[in-house]
Design a protein around this ligand. Structure first.
Ligand code: AMP
Ligand code: MG
Length: 436
């Protein structure tokens, strides 16, 4: 386990009050080692495996396909017939029988013979080539086709060409996708070993917060962060513990942090880390654990506390949990989740590195940007007639404007050193949607 001394060493080279985003990501990466409890695995059936992290390589127990078979509906024959016919433009073969998928042709056709064959049917003995039916004219039990239409070995799927027996079909750390479920089924595998789900506890802080179902009094707002966090965590496949709204007082916060640390691998709070609250929270944190940094040079998301808390009476005692104290503003919660928290949760879940998809796009309008911080603006990207992407912002970039996230389809990521962006300049975007 990393000690708090190593911890300070990796932070010391930076200003913890305004850490560049890359430095913050690197520190989080170093701290987000896979949990000891990753040794705990469970076997789940295919239907329950979607989105889970494979704990072991899956070795193919069979060749897929298990036998050479036809890739087309047509006629199977020996490619040697093509060599023999050199000089003549057409080839004539006698049809000796039919091979269906699941109903092979049992005999061996002769040199001047072929077999009517359907897609997926076992290649008859001695046959290595399939001429698609649309290239063939058939008269009675004879077919004729132009020799130029085909080369020996074409339209045959080779045994093991998809997956070879004894070779890894999927690697440990893989997050199981739709295609993987099909692939596992194609191997006849009914269940797989996956890591136990990472447990993440989260809560909101703020005297002004009301939960859905309560009545709003003057000056109060509904707590939206717990819902956004719940959804983002669910999508990552972790187990969630919702600890509700915590009032802005030391005793309530300490109780929530202790309970969360005792019950979860990772604790995420929102609110209470901005300038006004920082001192009180900071003092509490140092009594519960180590805090690596408080502020990141990013917008939205500048106040962000990251470190490790302990459930025992003092730091080092009891059980540790990684802690992310996210800002309260709803857009900041989402930006910091995707660019600071996400990778750590995946690594701790045992997943292989899953880089975000980054695409180049042309700014269709000027974008306001201040040098000295990374900005994650909300963008609407469209594909132009020439196939390139262009992007505009959603307008108001206030970190409380959650509707900007619903309106946008991407983050526009503007690097630390960059200033104002002119129309026509290239920028990087991270799309919200992935395909599978
Ligand atoms: P804070 O970081 O606690 O100073 O909060 C910054 C802003 O975010 C304030 O306007 C809060 O009312 C708002 N805020 C904090 N937590 C939440 C939440 N859970 N849901 C909606 N808004 C919040
Ligand atoms: Mg607050």
């Amino acid at each position: 386990m990393t000690t708090s001394k190593d911890f300070s060493a990796c932070v010391a080279q930076y200003d913890p009050n305004a850490l560049p985003v890359e430095a913050a990501q690197e520190i989080v990466r170093q701290w987000a080692m896979p949990r000891a409890s990753n040794a705990q695995t469970e076997r789940v059936s295919l239907h329950d495996a979607l989105g889970r992290v494979l704990a072991e390589d899956v070795i193919s127990p069979i060749d897929v396909p298990a036998f050479d078979n036809s890739a087309m509906d047509g006629y199977a024959f020996s490619g040697a017939a093509l060599a023999r016919s050199s000089g003549s433009d057409t080839i004539d073969l006698a049809v000796a029988g039919t091979a269906f998928a699941g109903r092979p042709f049992a005999a061996t056709p002769g040199a001047a013979e072929c077999v009517r064959i359907m897609t997926g049917a076992l290649m008859p003995a001695g046959c290595d080539t399939v001429i698609p039916q649309e290239h063939v004219t058939r008269a009675g039990d004879t077919i004729r086709f132009a020799a130029a239409k085909i080369r020996a070995g074409q339209n045959r799927r080779l045994s093991g060409e998809d997956l070879a027996k004894g070779k890894p079909a999927l690697l440990a750390g893989r997050i199981v996708r739709a295609s993987d479920l099909g692939l596992l089924a194609s191997l006849g595998i009914a269940d797989v070993s996956v890591h136990k789900r990472l447990v993440v506890a989260f809560f909101s802080t703020g005297d002004e917060l009301r939960s859905v179902g309560e009545t709003l009094s003057p000056g109060s707002v509904y707590d939206s962060n717990r819902y956004t966090l719940f959804a983002m965590l669910k999508r990552l496949g972790v187990e969630t513990i919702d600890l509700g709204v915590v009032r802005d007082d030391r005793a309530s916060l300490e109780k929530a942090l202790r309970e969360a640390t005792a019950r979860a691998d990772v604790v995420i709070s929102s609110g209470g880390v901005s300038v006004g609250d920082a001192d009180f929270t900071r003092e509490l944190m140092s009594s519960l654990g180590d805090i690596a940094f408080w502020k990141i040079a990013m917008r939205p998301g500048r106040p962000l506390a990251f470190g490790r808390l302990w459930s025992g009476a003092r730091p080092g005692a009891g059980k540790p949990a990684l802690f992310f104290g996210l800002p309260g503003n709803p857009v900041a919660v989402m930006a910091t989740f995707y660019f600071i928290v996400r990778e750590a949760l995946l690594a701790m879940s045992g997943a292989a590195h899953q880089p975000l998809t980054v695409i180049r796009a042309r700014a269709a309008e000027p974008i306001k940007k201040r040098a000295g911080r990374t900005e994650f603006q909300r963008g609407i990207a469209t594909r132009e007639a020439d196939g390139r992407w262009s992007v505009v912002t959603t307008g108001s970039q206030g970190s409380g404007v959650l509707s900007s996230m619903s309106e946008a389809n991407c983050f526009i990521v503007l690097e630390h050193a960059r200033g104002e962006i002119d129309a026509g300049e290239d920028v990087e975007i991270v799309p919200f949607d992935g395909l599978i």
